[in-house]
Design a protein around this ligand. Structure first.
Ligand code: NAP
Length: 195
C-alpha cells in the first residue's frame, strides 16, 4: 500500500507476552517527527527518546495542554525543539488539520507515530453491552484515524520516511478480555492496514 517502510511496534503489557521491538538503524538527527498522543504516557516517552537523538517533535494532545507543554519543555531541555498540535483523532477533519499544521511548521515529515488512544470509559464495554457509539469511538480513534493520517503523512514524506503504529498485541490478535472487544478489533484493523 505505501511505498516506504511501515513498521508496527507491538507492545505487550501482560507478563506472558514479551515486548517485541523492531529496531531500524537510522540517524534521528534533525528528523521531523509527529507523535499523536505525546502529551503523556508512551507517546511522551517516544518523543523524549527521539528528541534526545536530535529529532524535532510535533507534540500532539487532545485535552491536556499542560501535559503537552511539559513534554515540549522536556524536549527543549534535551536541546531539541518542536511545537504543540491539538486535535481529536476520532474526527478525520481534525486529523487532516494536524498535518496542515505540521506542513506549515516543518514543511515535510520524516517520521509519523500513530499512538493516541482514547480513555477507557469511551470504549471499555463487553460485547453484549457495548453501545455502538463506544464501538465507533474505538474504530475511529485507531483504524480510521490511522488510515487518514497515513495518507496525509505519506504525502509529506520523501524516500526513507517511517510510519509507526502503536498496537496492543493481545488485544489486536485475540481480543484480550471481553470489555476490550472494541479496542482489540480496532487495533486489529489498524494492524491490517499496516500490513
Ligand atoms: N499503557 C499500556 O499499558 C499500553 C499497553 C499496550 C499498548 N498501549 C498503546 O500505547 C498507546 C499509548 O498508550 P498510553 O497508555 O501511553 O496512553 P495514555 O497515557 O492514556 O495517553 C493517551 C494519549 O492519547 C491522547 N488522546 C486521548 N484521547 C484522544 C483523542 N480523542 N484524540 C486524540 N488524542 C487523544 C491523550 O491526550 P491528552 O493528554 O490531551 O488527553 C494522550 O496524549 C496506545 O495506542 C495504547 O493502545 C498501551
Amino acid at each position: 500500500m505505501l511505498q516506504f517502510l511501515v513498521e508496527v511496534l507491538i507492545y505487550a503489557q501482560c507478563l506472558r507476552c514479551r515486548a517485541a521491538v523492531v529496531e531500524v538503524p537510522m540517524s534521528f538527527q534533525g528528523k521531523k517527527v509527529l507523535i499523536t498522543g505525546s502529551s503523556r504516557g508512551i507517546g511522551r516517552g517516544i518523543a523524549l527518546k527521539l528528541a534526545e537523538k536530535g529529532a524535532r517533535v510535533a507534540v500532539h494532545y487532545y485535552r491536556n495542554r499542560e501535559a503537552a507543554e511539559e513534554t515540549l519543555g522536556k524536549i527543549r531541555k534535551l536541546g531539541s525543539d518542536g511545537f504543540l498540535v491539538q486535535a481529536d483523532v476520532c474526527r478525520p477533519e481534525e486529523v487532516r488539520r494536524i498535518f496542515e499544521q505540521v506542513r506549515s511548521e516543518f514543511g515535510s515529515l520524516d517520521i509519523f507515530v500513530s499512538n493516541a488512544r482514547t480513555e477507557a470509559p469511551t470504549f471499555y464495554e463487553a460485547p453484549m453491552a457495548i453501545t455502538l457509539d463506544k464501538w465507533d469511538t474505538a474504530m475511529d480513534s485507531q483504524a480510521k484515524a490511522f488510515l487518514v493520517a497515513a495518507r496525509e503523512a505519506a504525502a509529506m514524506m520523501s524516500k526513507g520516511g517511517r510510519i509507526v503504529a502503536i498496537s496492543f498485541a493481545p488485544g489486536g490478535r485475540f481480543g484480550s478480555w471481553q470489555p476490550w472487544v472494541a479496542m482489540g478489533a480496532a487495533k486489529a484493523a489498524m494492524e491490517v492496514l499496516v500490513r
